[in-house]
Design a binder for this molecule. Structure first.
Ligand code: PLP
Length: 372
């Protein structure tokens, strides 16, 4: 029997309202200082972020997509180069490669639905300059294998870690494996600001310097134009908010992992579902659950059923992999990725959910499959 109960997929106003007093004070302070562009809040956030990740440099940019584009350019990717990426990603991964002037080469995912090292190796040609693994849903790819392949073929690795701030593989943070990595602070990302924002991180001083110049019209610290550049700065106001939110970020990750455990305990018995790995099932991975994405039998019916009970779910990226958007001209046959998009479904996953919300979602899913 449908009820009045509602579990939104993501409650956007609560990004502000759950910490309204503290955030209002921060906005007040920044605005009264007139500190809009590249002020001390950006610098502070960059150094706090670098410290959090255990990386030498972090550079704030206007959004994650720009971050990838700038990182690729800084790494020397140029027209004629090929960059391999998993088709199971957001279109922005491929768009950044395209606008860097290179050819995006999509590959299939592995049985973990992340970038498949074997597929990457097969796709390498004499023109391959870089591999762009995507750390999806807060889980890191098999970076040791990807690094070996990159080393063997003398390719660079540039990570799309938009969804994986704080995620680790073999103890190392997402974004810090390759020459450079990117994070997004889009509101619904696990660390979200009140608009668009992103960062490029790297241990390479030259890359950091080039990214810094390129995000600010090609100007160096002295204000002199030393290269072609963009206007892609992280707004100071967003940086101040991110600085504040980064302090409680470990607790947010902890809460996401608890929710993942609850979903896992409630749903693990259902043969009709393939769940993401549970938080502590594999010592190599520390997942941050940017999303809780599963593969479900009778996915569309399940989604409708949940909707009738007030539970919002999402089919990621409109239900298509990047190579399936014909306008982009990325022809490929990638059966595992295509099969995934026919049955994938994301359950609500954010720190605003209560344990009762999670129990309601799992019980409603159990009911759906019991009725078969
Ligand atoms: C969000 C996202 C991006 C783009 O980040 P923006 O900040 O929105 O530009 C790129 N790749 C992936 C996998 C993402 O989830």
């Amino acid at each position: 029997m449908p009820t009045n109960r509602v579990v939104p997929f993501f409650d956007y106003p609560s990004l502000f309202t759950t910490q309204e007093d503290a955030l209002t004070e921060i906005l007040h302070d920044v605005l009264h200082r007139g500190a809009y562009i590249l002020q001390r809040d950006v610098q502070e956030f960059e150094s706090n972020l670098a410290e959090f990740l255990g990386v030498k440099y972090a550079v704030g940019v206007a959004n994650g997509t720009d971050g990838l584009l700038i990182a690729l350019h800084a790494a020397g990717i140029r027209p004629g180069d090929e960059v391999i990426f998993p088709a199971h990603t957001f279109v922005a991964t491929a768009a950044a490669i395209h606008f860097a002037g290179a050819t995006p080469v999509p590959v299939d995912c592995g049985d973990d639905y992340l970038c498949d090292p074997a597929a990457v190796e097969i796709a390498i040609t004499a023109k391959t300059r870089a591999i762009m693994p995507v750390q999806l849903n807060g889980r890191v790819c098999k970076m040791d294998q990807l690094q070996q392949i990159a080393d063997r073929h003398k390719c660079l690795i540039i990570e799309d870690a938009a969804q994986a701030l704080g995620a680790r593989y073999q103890g190392q943070c997402a974004g810090t494996f390759g020459l450079a990595g990117m994070f997004s602070f889009y509101p619904a990302k696990s660390l979200g600001c009140f608009g668009d924002g992103g960062a490029v991180v790297t241990n390479d001083a030259t890359i950091a310097k080039t990214v810094r110049v390129m995000r600010d019209h090609g100007r160096n610290d002295a204000g002199k134009v030393v290269a072609w550049g963009l206007n892609s700065r992280l707004d100071n106001l967003h940086a101040a908010v991110l600085n504040f939110k980064l302090r409680s970020f470990p607790a947010i990750i902890q809460r996401r992992r608890e929710i993942a455990s609850l979903y896992d305990a409630g749903l693990r018995g259902l043969a009709q579902l393939q769940l993401p790995p549970a938080p502590n099932c594999d010592a190599a991975h520390f997942d941050t659950y940017q999303n809780y994405e599963m593969v479900a039998e009778r996915r569309n019916q399940l989604r409708q059923y949940l909707k009738a009970f007030g539970i919002d779910t999402m089919i990621q990226w409109g239900g298509s992999a990047v190579h399936q958007f014909s306008a982009l001209g990325l022809q490929a046959a990638l059966p595992r990725t295509e099969g995934f998009f026919e049955r994938c479904l994301m359950l609500p996953m954010n720190a605003m959910l209560s344990n009762d919300d999670v129990a309601y979602v799992t019980e409603t899913i159990l009911q759906f499959y019991e009725k078969q």
